[in-house]
Design a protein around this ligand. Structure first.
Ligand code: DP6
Length: 358
């Protein structure tokens, strides 16, 4: 790279959305963003949902760092999480520059970060996960950092917990860790997407509105007030982590599906058990739950699984060979988008994605 005062250094990257099948809910340390329990997610295909981020820096840029999200300037200075990620990344770059004086001093230059989602932001579709993963990856690429995705996951975690799982594809575990400094709280790949090539996901966008109670606030209320929560964090989730990793390893869809559905239900039960109670699912969400159980009963085996994050939108997992019975039934009953919406939930269901390859 040529070095002169006008040089603009640039790197672009995309990061996918991940949807947890074992949910992260609860922090043991809010400032380092350390979770009370481990979690596991499936990374969705970038063809459907992703964030595209370009990071650039130059000596000629005005003095402070800037971030633009979907065309709107964001206030970085008031976002402790963004500041924590950028400061960690700069420290790593500075270490490279100190070791090799021929490197341009990018760590001293203001950053310009431009990010775009191809899906509604804050609609309960894990936008913060893809957003912080893309931000960390783009700046790491710009700084030519040698760190692995697992190393970078410690940084992305501080932006948004679930973001640490979007630095890898396939099936990803976020190990809660036990150390007070968070150095062992990181994401690692359990299996690549190619391990289970016929896995599919379908997203039912029940609402594209901003969620009622943001995740950070919701999980703090749950930890402080729910009497169900301790059992979930200490006993239920650790057992499920082991069981779902075995199910993924063996490509055992019925086991994977049952653990996924039970964990979603258990997480929403702790929300309802919070005080005041938190409701993320609505009537359409519950209709989707019933439909999955009806489909499984009619098939006389488990061919579909639902999961819901901190919002009413459903993600349905199924295998390609069950595509007709799962995706087909959903579209028939809930309505498929034409010019308007058809079907009994037409006015409340905003979009049914095509089942995507992962
Ligand atoms: C229900 O990662 O958004 O989607 O760390 O406070 O930013 P913060 O929380 P966030 O929480 C995600 C919660 C969840 C479950 C999950 O993705 O594991």
């Amino acid at each position: 790279m040529a070095q002169n005062n006008n040089t603009v250094y640039r790197a672009s990257t995309t990061a996918p959305v991940n949807i947890a099948v074992i949910k992260y809910w609860g922090k043991r340390d809010a400032s380092l963003n350390l979770p009370t329990n481990s979690s596991l997610s499936v990374t969705l295909s970038q063809k459907s949902l992703r964030t595209l981020t370009t990071a650039s820096c130059s000596e000629t840029y005005p003095t402070s760092d800037t971030l633009t999200l979907n065309g709107k300037p964001q206030d970085i200075q008031s976002s402790k999480r963004t500041l924590a990620c950028l400061s960690n990344l700069r420290d790593l770059r500075r270490a490279l520059e100190n070791a090799d004086s021929s490197l341009p001093k990018l760590s001293a230059y203001p950053l310009r970060i431009v990010s775009e989602n191809n899906f509604p932001t804050a609609a309960g579709l894990a936008s913060s996960a893809a957003g912080f993963a893309a931000l960390v990856r783009a700046v790491a690429d710009l700084y030519e950092l040698p760190q692995s995705p697992t190393d970078l996951s410690r940084i992305a975690r501080q932006g948004s917990g679930s973001a640490c799982r979007s630095l890898m594809g396939g099936y990803v575990a976020w190990r809660a860790g036990t150390k007070a400094d968070g150095s062992d709280s990181l994401a690692e790949e359990v299996a690549p997407a190619s391990h289970w090539p016929n896995m599919r996901a379908m997203v039912l966008v029940v609402s594209a509105e901003k969620k009622d109670v943001p995740s950070t606030e919701g999980m703090q209320t749950t930890v402080a007030t729910s009497s169900l929560f301790a059992t979930r964090a200490e006993l239920t989730v650790p057992a499920r982590m082991t069981a779902i990793e075995t199910a993924i390893h063996n490509r055992d869809f019925p086991a994977f599906a049952e653990i996924t559905m039970r964990d979603s239900n258990g997480f929403h039960a702790t929300c309802l058990d919070s005080w005041p109670p938190i409701f993320y699912m609505n009537d359409v969400s519950r209709a989707a739950v019933r439909l999955v159980h009806d489909i499984n009963r009619a098939a006389a085996k488990t061919v579909a699984a639902y999961t819901f994050d901190a919002g009413p939108n459903a993600v349905i997992y199924y295998l390609d060979e069950a595509s007709d019975v799962v995706a087909g039934t959903f579209k028939e009953i809930l309505g498929e988008k034409t010019d308007g919406w058809e079907g009994p939930f037409a006015d409340r269901l905003k979009n049914v994605s095509k089942g995507v390859e992962l």
